[in-house]
Ligand binder design. Structure first.
Ligand code: TXA
Ligand code: MG
Length: 353
């Protein structure tokens, strides 16, 4: 494991770009989450990502490019709607699915004849992609830099936690430092290969924003109403983004009653066991924590009240709560409002694990 930090090492970006050019694994920051990257045009390099993550190799990855022109190296065609979305949102937290150029990126695309492309809006990622392009790397395939099914990383330290114990025979992961990811949940994915665009995974960009840029109605695939034609893909698996603790999502009244029921039991346990008891339940809520008294065995943490900062903190807070060793994480259901779609989607999938 090697950490490269552009803030303290002047050659960090160059070393990272060279690592990619050489076919190695490099975790890179983006504005959404950290990605585990390898050059997208090299099937052997891409295979290392699948092995390191423990991800089935038929699950397609997103290819990151330095700009819209570079997208043409992986696409056999860029449908008008994809072009409109790229013009409006790149660089930014948007992935477009377009038909794949037949001779490149087969491993990145998980063997499909379509490919997901995205130009990330993060200064370190953009500098890296430009430096790599100068070394002949047309794009970088990068799924979120976590082990398969687990919580996506939003800080370099999370990536280090995920991959520091790579066993013998597994490839070393280098990490490029880029701070705390601003968006906090993965990009909005729009399939542009059908008669009408469909959002396969919600993110910070809302359906309204996508429709406004597309100039036509846009479908939305959700855990409750999945799109039947969507290809199998990890980000759209029902059970995903999961902490080790069992996560449940509940309305605020249900959450309150559940706590009323269990708190006496936990308090009794704390009385009989004089040594410090580790908390059994973590409560992550927008409304309860301020007026519910502390109770033994229960830790409470505030979920931010607005959707943008809730997304920014979501994965990092879930990681911290999980690290306390609790058995249960009880999360208050976010509002049913389109700006919360991304957060609700990730919580629903985490709860299904
Ligand atoms: O924000 C993000 O998108 C992050 C950062 C690192 O850029 N990346 C990310 O990648 O979330 P990953 O591999 O965890 O998610 C890839 C998802 C797949 O699970 C699938 O849902 C969709 O992107 N995808 C990629 N290529 C596709 C394709 N050809 N057809 C359909 N879906 C595809
Ligand atoms: Mg992922």
């Amino acid at each position: 494991m090697r950490l490269l930090d552009p803030a303290t090492q002047p050659d960090a970006i160059e070393l990272a770009a060279q690592r990619l050019a050489d076919g190695g694994l490099l975790a890179l920051p983006t504005e959404t989450v950290y990605g585990l990257g390898a050059r997208a045009d090299d099937d052997a390099a891409v295979a290392r990502i699948f092995t390191a993550k423990g991800r089935p190799s038929n699950h397609p990855l997103i290819v990151h490019v330095a700009n819209a022109e570079a997208a043409w190296q992986f696409a056999s065609a860029v449908p008008l709607v994809a072009q409109q979305l790229m013009d409006r949102f790149w660089p930014g937290p948007l992935t477009v699915i377009v038909p794949r150029a037949p001779n490149v990126g087969a491993a990145s695309a998980g063997g499909q004849d379509t490919i997901g492309l995205r130009c990330p809006d993060h200064p370190v990622a953009l500098k890296l992609l430009q430096a790599a392009a100068r070394l002949g790397v047309p794009g970088v395939a990068a799924p979120s830099a976590n082990r398969f099914g687990r919580i996506s990383p939003t800080r370099a330290e999370h990536v280090i936690d995920e991959f520091k114990d790579q066993g013998d025979g597994l490839d070393e992961v280098w990490v490029l430092q880029g701070g705390f990811c601003d968006v906090g949940i993965e990009s909005t994915i729009v399939d542009c290969t059908r008669a009408h665009p469909v959002i396969l995974r919600p993110g910070r960009l809302t359906r309204d924003e996508i429709e406004a840029a597309a100039g036509e109605p846009v479908g939305l695939s959700t855990p409750e109403a999945p799109d039947a034609d969507a290809p199998r893909a990890s980000g759209t698996l029902l059970a995903h983004y999961a902490p080790r603790a069992k996560l449940r999502v509940m309305g605020d009244t249900q959450l309150s009653s559940a706590l009323d029921l269990i708190e006496p039991e936990l308090a009794a346990k704390a009385m009989t066991n004089k040594s410090a008891v580790k908390p059994g339940i973590a409560v992550y809520s927008r409304s309860l924590w301020a007026h519910r008294p502390a109770s033994p065995g229960v830790v409470q943490r505030a979920m931010p009240a607005d959707a943008i900062s809730a997304a920014h903190h979501l994965f990092s807070d879930l990681r911290e709560l999980d690290a306390l060793g609790v058995d249960l994480i009880w999360v208050e259901q976010p509002p049913v409002d389109p700006v919360w779609d991304g957060v609700r989607d990730r919580l629903a999938r985490a709860a299904a694990a």
